[in-house]
Design a binder for this molecule. Structure first.
Ligand SMILES: *Cc1c(COP(=O)(O)O)cnc(C)c1O
Ligand SMILES: [Zn+2]
Length: 437
C-alpha cells in the first residue's frame, strides 16, 4: 500500500491525509506530507522516466497537468474524479541567452507564472483543492476553504474553488496587493475580505478561523500545497533531460516554496533518478528578510520583523510560517540566502526585460541574487543556474509603470522607457521611426 500521511516535523507523529489538522496534535509542530520510501522505489528510474514522459503536457485531464503527471509521488490516492485541474504546471523552461553570455553562466528561467492565475500558487492549490474535493465526497464537513494572501494564493484558491464548486473566502491586506490580484478572486466568485492590516495580520485571523467547524485552511502551512509545489523540481529535472542544474534560485516569503523545491529534488534522489541535490538560493527582499537575518547568524532561530513595503509584495512577510521547513531544506541543499534591495530588483527587472524576459518583482529578486552570487564568484563560470519565476510580469503592471516613469520608491535609475508622442502628420511619424535605424 502506498499511503502518504501527514507527519510532524518535530516528533514524527503521523495523521491520515483525510484529517483536518494543520499542526501536530501532540506537540504542535508543523506537519509535512511523507510518502513511504516504497513509493519512489516501486519502479526503476528508467521506468519512472518513461511513465512521466508518456503523459503529455497540453492534453486535457490529469495527464496534461505538470502536477498530476507525477501523481504517484504527489497524492497517490486521488482518483480522476477527485482531481481538480486547470492545466497547471507543464510550464516552459527558457534559456536566457543574452544574460547567460553576459554573466558567463548557463541561465534558465522556469516560467511558473505561465499558468491560469499567473503564479506558481496553482501548483499547490490543485492538490489542496483536489484533496478537499475528495474529503467532501467522503462526507467530511468542509463548507468553505479560506486563506490569507499577499495576492497570488487567493487568486489560485478562488479559481480552483470555482472549478470544483467549493465556496472560498480570502483575507487580503487592504491596499497592499496589485489590481490584477484583487480582481482575480472577485471574478472567480470568492468572498473577498480586505482588512486594514498586513499579510501577517490576515494570517493570524485565518489561523483562528480554521478552528471553526466547516472551515478548511488553504495557506501553505497546510503541507498539501507543498506536495503540488514540489513538482517544479520534477519538471526542471525532466526539462533538462533528467539532469539537475548546479543552482536553483527562488524568491522566498512565507518559505513554503523553497521547502517544496528541495523536497522535490529529494524525491527524485529517493527514486534513484538523480544522485545529489542542486544548490539552492533563497532570495528575499531586503524590506522583508527575516530568513536572511537568521542565515547570517548561522540559521539562528526566527526573529519576526514587521515587513516593510516592497515592490515584491508577495514576499512581504515578516513572520514566515514555513521557517523551520525552509531551514531544514536549505541545510540539505547546501543553500544560501540573499537580501535584495529595491534598487537591485528594479535594475534587474529593467535589464532582464530588455532581453525579452518580463520579470515580476519576485523573480527579479531571485535573479538579482544570482547576479550577486556570480559577481562574488560563488556561482562559477559555466555553471548552470535555473531561476524559478514565480509569477507572470503582467500581474504587476503597477511595478512596470513605476519603472517606466522612474517612480519606484527606494530606487533611482537613468533608464526610461520613453513614450514617443507625435502629431498625426506622416513626416513627424516618419521622423520618429527613422531615428531608430
Ligand atoms: C507566494 C509567492 C512567493 C513566495 O512563496 P513562499 O512560499 O511564500 O515563500 C514568491 N513569489 C510570488 C509571485 C508569490 O506569489
Ligand atoms: Zn509533533
Amino acid at each position: 500500500m502506498h499511503t502518504a500521511q501527514f507527519q510532524c516535523i518535530k516528533c514524527q507523529h503521523a495523521h491520515p491525509l483525510t484529517d483536518i489538522v494543520y499542526n501536530c496534535s501532540l506537540c504542535g509542530g508543523l506537519l509535512e506530507v511523507v510518502h513511504p520510501q516504497t513509493t519512489f522505489t516501486a519502479h526503476t528510474p528508467e521506468a519512472w522516466k518513461q511513465r512521466f514522459e508518456s503523459r503529455q503536457g497540453g492534453t486535457p485531464g490529469p495527464d496534461g497537468s505538470g502536477v498530476w503527471r507525477y501523481r504517484e509521488w504527489v497524492l497517490p490516492e486521488a482518483t480522476d474524479d477527485d482531481i481538480v485541474t486547470l492545466g497547471e504546471g507543464a510550464s516552459a523552461l527558457t534559456r536566457a541567452h543574452i544574460l547567460s553570455d553576459r554573466y558567463g553562466i548557463d541561465l534558465l528561467v522556469k516560467q511558473c507564472g505561465h499558468t491560469l492565475t499567473g503564479s506558481f500558487k496553482d501548483l499547490g492549490m490543485t492538490v489542496l483543492v483536489s484533496q478537499v474535493n475528495r474529503m467532501r465526497r467522503l462526507g467530511h464537513d468542509i463548507r468553505t476553504v479560506i486563506c490569507a494572501s499577499t495576492g497570488d494564493t487567493s487568486a489560485a484558491l478562488a479559481a480552483f474553488g470555482a472549478a470544483a464548486k467549493i465556496p472560498t473566502v480570502v483575507l487580503l491586506p487592504k491596499g497592499k496587493i496589485s489590481a490584477a490580484q484583487l480582481v482575480q478572486p472577485l471574478s472567480h466568485g470568492a468572498r473577498v475580505i480586505a482588512i486594514d492590516t498586513d499579510f501577517d495580520g490576515c494570517m493570524a485571523h485565518v489561523q483562528r478561523l480554521a478552528n471553526e467547524p466547516g472551515i478548511y485552511l488553504a495557506n501553505s502551512k497546510n503541507s498539501l500545497r507543498i506536495e503540488g509545489q514540489k513538482t517544479v523540481a520534477f519538471e526542471i529535472c525532466q526539462g533538462l533531460g533528467w539532469e539537475i542544474p548546479d543552482w536553483v534560485a527562488i524568491p522566498g516569503g512565507n518559505l513554503g516554496n523553497v521547502s517544496a523545491l528541495v523536497r522535490g529534488f529529494e524525491n527524485l534522489r529517493d527514486a534513484g533518478i538523480i544522485d545529489r541535490l542542486p544548490r539552492v538560493i533563497c532570495a528575499q527582499a531586503a524590506q522583508a528578510d527575516p530568513l536572511f537575518r537568521s542565515y547570517q547568524k548561522n540559521f539562528a532561530s526566527l526573529e519576526k520583523i514587521t515587513a516593510q513595503p516592497t515592490q515584491a509584495s508577495a514576499i512581504r512577510i515578516g513572520d514566515p510560517v514555513s521557517f523551520p521547513r525552509a531551514i531544514t531544506a536549505l541545510k540539505k541543499a547546501n543553500g544560501t540566502v540573499s537580501s535584495i534591495t529595491e534598487q537591485q530588483l528594479t535594475d534587474m527587472a529593467i535589464e532582464a526585460d530588455a532581453t525579452g524576459l518580463y520579470l515580476c518583482p519576485h523573480t527579479a529578486v531571485a535573479m538579482a541574487a544570482v547576479l550577486q552570487h556570480r559577481k562574488a564568484d560563488i556561482i562559477t563560470a559555466g555553471e548552470r543556474v535555473v531561476v524559478v519565476s514565480t509569477a507572470h510580469g503582467l500581474k504587476f503592471t503597477e511595478f512596470k509603470q513605476a519603472t517606466a516613469s522612474n517612480t519606484v520608491p527606494g530606487a533611482t535609475h537613468v533608464h526610461r522607457h520613453t513614450l514617443v508622442d507625435v502629431s498625426d502628420v506622416y513626416d513627424r511619424v516618419r521622423e520618429a521611426v527613422l531615428t531608430t535605424i
